[in-house]
Design a protein around this ligand. Structure first.
Ligand SMILES: [Zn+2]
Length: 279
């Protein structure tokens, strides 16, 4: 048992559906983190793309590490230096990754209005750019019938509007690190979409998040660390890693008053189904 991870959870099997192991790879810590992860029962990781450069890193790592799958995506906060031409070239380059055995989908893509510039003109232009990049990446996903990991921060309504415009199959869409309330979960679910939850659900002051979690229910639920961000209690504020996923699972099992083995089974079915995993 490591760092308060319950031994029952460690004896089960978990999938981290969203993490960013780029620094683990570039600093040669991937294998050590994998050992800790496996000891905690976390058997598979999905490395989520956020920029042009991390995709090749993940694709290469996935070739020698079976526990790793990956997605391709340009995160809305990483667009400042990118042009329309860059977007076009990036989408073309993804055709190459699409046939990679570790490739499982698109993300994270979306809208993030939490750090917009002060000047109204700059604000407008950045929002417009985020919307264009989101929609184009969605259309690429629709064209190839792929699952999509959406990042929407302080931009829920705009994100829904663009998703609907692309006529994407809702069952292909997850809103990761869900940060809205139960009403927004109902809006998502009504379109066949789902919300995924991070270590935030373990925080004492996260009542709204637990209400959203209950609204999502178990049918399509998926969980994620979003490592290295958002370490769950009792590691809050420190660096996160996939090995901490069982702490999130334990908290969720309590919220639903569900035995851990049952939660593990439900999450495995949901996650494998969504991403088409064969692990
Ligand atoms: Zn993320």
């Amino acid at each position: 048992m490591m760092d308060g991870i319950p031994s029952e959870a460690s004896s089960l099997s978990w999938i981290d559906t969203h993490c960013h192991p780029d620094v683990l790879i570039t600093s040669a810590q991937l294998d050590a983190a994998w050992q800790r992860s496996r000891a905690a029962g976390v058997q598979h990781w999905i490395a989520i793309g956020t920029q042009i450069s991390d995709v090749s890193l993940y694709a290469q790592a996935a070739e020698s590490h079976d526990f790793l799958s990956f997605t391709v995506g340009l995160h809305p906060l990483n667009l400042a230096d990118l042009s329309a031409k860059d977007l076009e070239k990036t989408l073309a380059s993804w055709d190459f990754y699409r046939t990679h055995p570790g490739f499982v989908g698109v993300g994270e893509v979306g809208l993030d209005y939490s750090r917009l510039p002060e000047s109204p003109a700059e604000r407008e232009s950045l929002i417009r750019k985020q919307k264009i990049f989101f929609e184009e990446q969605l259309r690429w996903a629709v064209q190839h019938d792929l699952p999509v990991v959406v990042h929407a921060r302080q931009a829920f309504a705009d994100a829904m509007e663009i998703l609907k415009r692309t006529q994407i199959d809702g069952s292909r869409v997850v809103f990761h690190c869900f940060s809205e309330g139960p009403e927004e979960v109902k809006v998502l679910n009504a379109c066949g979409m789902r919300a995924s939850f991070t270590g935030i659900v373990t925080f004492k002051n996260a009542e709204k998040m637990r209400a959203a979690l209950k609204a999502q229910g178990l049918d399509h639920l998926m969980i994620e660390t979003d490592a290295p961000y958002l370490a769950p209690h009792p590691h809050r504020g420190r660096s996160n890693e996939p090995a901490y996923l069982p702490l999130i699972a334990q908290s969720i099992a309590q919220t639903f008053a569900l035995p851990l083995p049952e939660l593990s089974d439900r999450l495995a079915v949901n996650s494998k189904g969504f991403f088409g995993l064969h692990c």
